[in-house]
Design a protein around this ligand. Structure first.
Ligand SMILES: *Cc1c(COP(=O)(O)O)cnc(C)c1O
Length: 459
């Protein structure tokens, strides 16, 4: 390399060849000091077995959910679809660093270049693949902001499967173009709560103007999948097999940082159900457990839906109607309906049971942010780096900016790594609201949390 390039000779991004797409997912369950508490059957309250889950998920995904193998091979067919956008770039946010005047070195792993614009296809594709292998003809699911619905619709199109999506009413009305994208990929989309299911009709009877929630939409999608033998359900976050599939993010990032000779001091990710945060951080936590590096790992959640920072670690339902197994997780209560913040993908009452367990073990930290601070960071990032982030990763960026400014105070040149897990091209209406000064923050009074938690199932 020529030294004439001076400053320019330090790479701004690291791109890996297609041959570097990981061939195995990393299962952190193999390396934990104790296993996470098992899901319980909602009727018997005994640990669920593979048979209990068979109406909803194919056997191979159930096996992954329960596996304690350290590495699970990625099928060639899935790697072949991953080639469309993986490996994803690791980018140094030099212009943001300069704008902040920080000595910190900030890196982001950009997942927004996937077909549907987020990290979600990393799991949608293998989920569709294993279902197709086992004869599933249709997948049902819920979607909040529409990211998961569009990822699954794309994945189903790869394997000639039908896809039926329940989209939270608030997003269905606010984000018509995510709905259109699902239509382009061939999916059928309902606003949730809908008249199509008993769960939806029940909610509408009690509250005709319901803006919906992920918990309600899950009830609807699960009800339809459970009722028909060739239809199964797919979840875009929360479950261990979903987190597993996302570890391609962290595996690539480890290799990319090694190219630069960097090791992270701080890893920051936004957490709704926890999949992009886990996908980035788990491979680094493996390295940390092995004593090869020592990053601080920090999750960022919305102050309007603070399951880790203000929830209770208890068994609760994954959905509103109480159809799903009971999951031991940090929860705000399955009846908690978050205020309509723009980061729809973070509006979930619970947190992944695996991450919840690891949080109890002290393996990572969590902070909560108000959405105006997040959008401020999102706009700052866009003006410096060019990419308009989805509202969800602006939560991580707000913490990255805060940490970079702390580094400016202390003079510490920390290496900060984050996942820019999606672009915000379908979220420009939310940015408009922010720019017009119309965006509001929602403070949750403790009584509201107490009321929702009072309805936790007895175990
Ligand atoms: C779905 C989504 C999230 C939230 O889900 P996690 O499982 O917590 O990652 C965050 N960001 C984007 C862009 C999403 O699409």
């Amino acid at each position: 390399m020529s030294h004439r390039l001076g400053r320019m000779s330090k790479p701004t991004k690291v791109l890996l060849d297609e041959s570097r797409i990981p061939r195995a997912w990393y299962n952190i369950a193999a390396d934990l000091p104790a296993p996470a508490p098992p899901p319980l059957h909602p009727g018997t309250r005994l640990p669920v077995g593979a048979d209990d889950l068979a109406p909803l998920f194919p056997a191979s995904l159930i096996a992954q959910e329960m596996s304690s193998e350290r590495y699970i091979a990625i099928p060639d067919d899935v790697v072949d679809v991953y080639r469309l956008w993986r490996p994803t770039p690791l980018v140094r946010a030099r212009r943001l660093e300069r704008a902040l005047g920080t000595p910190a070195r900030i890196y982001y792993k950009y997942e927004g270049g996937s077909p549907s614009g987020s990290h979600k296809p990393n799991t949608a594709v293998p989920q569709a693949y294993y279902n197709a292998q086992e004869g599933t003809r249709k997948l049902t699911t819920e979607t909040g902001a529409g990211q998961w619905g569009s990822a699954l619709a794309f994945a189903c199109a790869q394997y000639d499967m039908e896809c039926e999506v329940w989209m939270v009413r608030a997003s269905y009305d606010q984000k018509p173009y995510r709905r259109s994208l699902m239509g382009v990929y061939g999916a059928t989309v309902h606003a949730s709560p809908s008249q199509v299911t008993e769960a939806g009709r029940g909610v509408l009877a009690a509250e005709p103007d319901s803006s919906g929630s992920l918990g309600i939409a899950i009830s609807e999608a699960v009800e339809v999948a459970a009722a028909s033998p060739d239809t199964r359900y797919a979840l875009g976050s929360v479950l261990s097999h979903v987190l597993l599939h996302q570890t391609v993010i962290g595996e690539e990032a480890i290799e990319q940082l090694a190219v630069l000779g960097e090791t992270p001091d701080l890893i920051v990710g936004c957490a709704g159900g926890g999949s992009n945060f886990a996908g980035l951080s788990f491979p680094f936590l493996r390295e940390k457990l092995a004593g090869r590096m020592d990053p601080v790992v920090r999750a960022v959640e919305p102050a309007a839906c603070p399951s880790l920072t203000r929830g209770t670690y208890a068994y609760d339902f994954g959905d509103t109607a109480g159809f799903t197994p009971l999951l031991k997780m940090h929860t705000l209560g399955h009846g908690f309906i978050p205020d309509p913040i723009h980061a729809g993908g973070l509006r979930y009452h619970g947190m992944s049971p695996l991450l919840s367990h690891m949080y109890e073990l002290g393996m990572f930290e969590a902070v909560a942010k108000d959405q105006t601070e997040c959008f401020e960071a999102g706009v700052r990032f866009a003006r410096a780096e060019g990419i308009v982030p989805a509202p969800e990763p602006t939560h991580a960026l707000a913490e990255v900016v805060a940490e970079a400014l702390r580094c400016k105070e202390s003079g510490e040149p920390k290496v900060i790594l984050t996942a820019l897990c999606g672009h915000g091209h379908f979220d420009l209406a939310a940015y408009d609201r922010y720019l017009r000064g119309e965006m509001q923050d929602f403070a949750i009074p403790q009584e509201r949390l107490d009321a929702a938690l009072a309805a936790l199932p007895a175990v």
